[in-house]
Design a protein around this ligand. Structure first.
Ligand SMILES: NC(=O)c1ccc[n+]([C@@H]2O[C@H](COP(=O)([O-])OP(=O)(O)OC[C@H]3O[C@@H](n4cnc5c(N)ncnc54)[C@H](OP(=O)(O)O)[C@@H]3O)[C@@H](O)[C@H]2O)c1
Length: 300
C-alpha cells in the first residue's frame, strides 16, 4: 500500500532533490509536490483541505524562509513562515493523524559548544532566522502531532542559489576572493538529506511522539576549506582559476550573526536509520558536474 506524502516548498533545494529521488520510491510512496502556488503554508484552511483531498499520511515540510541576512529586517515574514506556518502544518497533521517531517537548522545553536552538537543540546539562536526556526520546532513540540525534526546545515544542491553556485560565480569574475576561515561546520548535499528523509518515511512505524535528529555530510571544514575544494574542482571542470584567501568573520560583516561552530554529532541518525553518511568531499565531487551544468544554464 502506497503512503500519501505531501511535500511543501517543493521548488526549493531540498524539495527539488526529493522530486529527483521520488520515482525510485513510487511503489511505496505517492508524493504530492507543492510549492506556494499550489499550497501556501501560511493558509491553515488550504492545508486542511489538501490533507483531506489527498488523504495525506505524512507531510515533509521543505518550505521555509531561508534568507538569513534579510530576516534581520523582515522579522514578521520570517516568523510567519518559520513559526506560524509550521504550527499550522503541525496542527493539521495532528488532526489528520499524520506524521510531520520538518527540517530545521544548525542556526538554532550559538556555536559556543566545544563538542559536536547532539540533538538533545539546548538551542540558543543568535539570529532572527535561527530564533524563528527554533520557535517553529517548539510549535511542533507543543502541537502533540507525531513528528520528526531534522536539523541540517550548509545545504547545497544543483538547484537554486547556494554557496557552491556563489563560488562558481565568483570564479568566473574574480582572480582572488576572501572566505571566512573561523566558522566551522560541514556542507550537506541536499540529495543526501533527501535520502535520509525517505529512510525516515520507511521507518516511521518505529518512531513516536517528536524525535529530533541532526544531519550533515560527515567530516568537518570551514567555509574557506569548502571554497578551496570548490575552486579546485571548478578549475578542472571549467578551467576557471580563482585564488582563495582565508579571512576572519570580523573581516566579512553580515546582518545576521552566525554560530562559529556548527558541527553536528551524527551518531544517533546513523544508528537509528542504519545509514552510512557520505563524506562531504565525496558528495561534492559526485554532484559537481551537475552543479556546473546548471550554473552555466542559469547564467545563459
Ligand atoms: N539552505 C541552507 O543552507 C539551509 C541550512 C540549514 C537548514 N536549512 C533548512 O532546510 C530546509 C530547506 O532549505 P532549502 O535551502 O531547500 O530552502 P529553499 O531553497 O529556500 O526552499 C524553500 C521553498 O519554500 C518556498 N516557500 C516560500 N514561502 C512559501 C509558502 N508560503 N508556502 C509554501 N512554500 C513556500 C520557497 O518559494 P520561494 O523561493 O518562491 O520563496 C522555496 O521554493 C529549510 O527548512 C531550511 O530552513 C537550510
Amino acid at each position: 500500500m502506497q503512503q500519501n506524502v505531501l511535500v511543501t516548498g517543493a521548488n526549493g533545494q531540498l524539495g527539488k532533490s526529493l522530486q529527483a529521488l521520488a520515482p525510485q520510491y513510487s511503489e511505496d510512496f505517492r508524493f504530492i509536490f507543492t510549492d506556494v502556488e499550489e499550497l501556501d503554508i501560511t493558509q491553515p484552511d488550504a492545508i486542511r483541505e489538501m490533507m483531506r483531498r489527498e488523504k495525506v499520511q505524512c507531510i515533509i515540510n521543505a518550505a521555509a524562509y531561508t534568507a538569513v541576512d534579510k530576516a534581520e529586517s523582515d522579522v514578521e515574514k520570517a516568523y510567519l513562515l518559520n513559526e506560524t506556518a509550521v504550527a499550522h502544518l503541525a496542527q493539521a497533521a495532528q488532526e489528520a493523524g499524520a506524521m510531520l517531517v520538518h527540517v530545521s537548522t544548525d542556526y538554532v545553536f550559538d556555536g559556543q559548544s566545544k563538542t559536536p552538537y547532539t540533538p538533545d543540546m539546548m538551542p540558543n539562536p543568535l539570529s532572527v532566522y535561527g530564533k524563528s526556526k527554533w520557535a517553529g520546532e517548539q510549535a511542533i513540540m507543543r502541537s502533540g502531532c507525531k513528528a520528526v525534526i531534522v536539523r541540517t546545515e550548509w545545504l547545497y544542491s544543483p538547484y537554486g542559489n547556494n554557496f557552491v553556485k556563489t563560488m562558481l560565480r565568483l570564479a568566473s569574475t574574480k582572480e582572488s576572493i576572501g572566505v571566512v576561515n573561523d566558522q566551522v561546520g560541514c556542507p550537506t548535499l541536499a540529495a543526501d538529506l533527501a535520502n535520509l528523509l525517505i529512510c525516515i518515511l520507511q521507518q516511521s512505524d518505529n518512531l513516536k511522539d517528536v524525535s529530533v535528529y541532526h544531519f550533515a555530510n560527515s567530516g568537518k571544514c570551514s567555509w574557506y576549506d569548502f571554497a578551496c575544494e570548490i575552486m579546485q574542482l571548478a578549475e578542472k571542470e571549467m578551467g576557471k582559476r580563482c585564488q582563495v584567501n582565508p579571512i576572519s568573520t570580523a573581516e566579512y560583516p553580515t546582518a545576521a550573526t552566525r554560530p562559529n561552530f556548527s558541527l553536528f554529532d551524527l551518531s544517533k541518525t546513523a544508528q537509528d536509520f542504519h545509514i552510512d553518511i557520505p563524506d562531504w568531499r565525496d558528495s561534492l565531487r559526485a554532484v559537481f558536474s551537475q552543479i556546473c551544468h546548471n550554473f552555466l544554464n542559469d547564467i545563459r
